[in-house]
Design a protein around this ligand. Structure first.
Ligand SMILES: [Zn+2]
Length: 355
């Protein structure tokens, strides 16, 4: 998550991609075929059963393994301006290879969209969580990639639901970025793996972008989607999922806040609450209105896609190690993150099966 409830404009980036079509039509296609009753009407009970089955497939242990891989060993960071000794690629490019490999293992075709970005400079006179500062024009430029994968819809492929997370770690400081945002990245990977078993009516698109370099690559993604005329009906940003204050952690709370900017986003936020209750996911779920567009969901709002929300563990963000060296995998609440993935996926599939 960035930096930014404060400094949105300072840090915006961009990038895009499309049409990554899974290589196979999943074997579970028959499974959700039963969700359509004879005569074509939706059978709510079968939709429910499909969603319950998908929810039960979410595996917290897989999420944990991804987070440790991306934020500790073998990759302590994910940034373009840091290459490990003896390695040919920088740590963000190495992370991209890992992420693409996991998506391909789930049967997706992955597309990469390059965007020119810079690392932030560091200003140690600012508070620790906000020490990023604008680069100078002469600072190095790098190609950062948006990674895209999708499940093409079988009945209305033009209707797109987007699930997004930023995958990079802070470029101005040596923070592993476990909670911000290896955990959301891992959540998207796990959702993609589970949804490989689901044949959607509309298209479900996954985007892994970059938000700790500048400009944000989600800006390019959103602007190019708009330029293509993509009909994105919902955007769910997973950033800092399950993250909360030390007190909330100690109390064992499992939290999610869905923050929206526009009325269209408010409807998605309310849906998160509905599915959390309907499927007994157990989150302490609440909604809040953002004062202005922000984070990677904000990139889509600004590009003309108002139905965009962020799922985040706390609002304001409660992590005492935000943007600091102590944002390590051991401090992630993976169980909470898995619950947030369940609820988000239930919302995605509910929207997909809806009118
Ligand atoms: Zn951040």
């Amino acid at each position: 998550m960035n930096c930014t409830t404060l400094n949105i404009l300072l840090v915006c980036g961009l990038s895009i991609c499309l049409n990554s079509v899974p290589r196979f039509d999943s074997p579970a296609a028959a499974d959700n075929t039963v969700a359509t009753a004879p005569g074509g009407g939706k059978d709510a009970n079968n939709v429910d059963a499909t969603i319950r089955r998908l929810i039960s497939a979410v595996d917290a242990e897989r999420i944990s393994k991804h987070v440790f891989y991306l934020a500790k060993d073998p990759l302590p960071y994910r940034k373009l301006n840091l290459t490990l000794p003896g390695h040919a690629k920088n740590t963000l490019d190495e992370a991209d290879d890992y992420l693409a490999g996991r998506l391909e293992a789930s049967g997706y075709r992955v597309e990469r969209e390059g965007v020119q970005v810079q690392a932030f400079r560091r200003d140690t006179s600012k508070p620790k969580h906000a020490q990023y500062s604008a680069p100078k024009p002469e600072d190095s430029w790098y190609t950062a990639y948006n990674l895209y994968a999708e499940k093409k819809g079988r009945s209305h492929p033009d209707k797109i639901i987007l699930v997004v997370a930023h995958k990079d770690s802070p470029s101005w400081i040596d923070s592993p970025g476990a909670n911000d945002n290896a955990i959301g990245t891992a959540g998207v990977l796990e959702m993609a793996r589970v949804l490989a078993e689901y044949t959607p009516e509309g298209t479900i698109r996954f985007l892994l972008c970059n938000e700790e370099h500048t400009p944000w690559t989600s800006k390019t993604a959103a602007q190019k989607a708009k330029a293509r005329g993509d009909n994105i009906v919902a955007v769910f940003n997973l950033d800092g999922i399950g993250v909360k204050s030390a007190e909330q952690m100690a109390a064992g709370m499992k939290t999610n806040v869905t923050a929206y900017t526009k009325p269209e986003g408010k409807r998605l936020a309310e849906l998160m609450g509905e599915v959390n209750a309907r499927y007994s996911i157990g989150l302490e779920q609440r909604t809040t209105e953002r004062p202005q567009p922000g984070d990677d969901d904000g990139s889509f709002v600004l590009a003309g896609y108002p139905a965009a929300v962020i799922n985040i563990g706390s609002w304001p963000y409660g992590d005492p190690n935000y943007h600091a060296e102590g944002d390590i995998p051991e401090r992630c609440d993976v169980k909470n993150a898995a619950m947030t993935v369940q609820a988000t996926m239930a919302a995605v599939v509910t929207l997909d099966r809806g009118p």
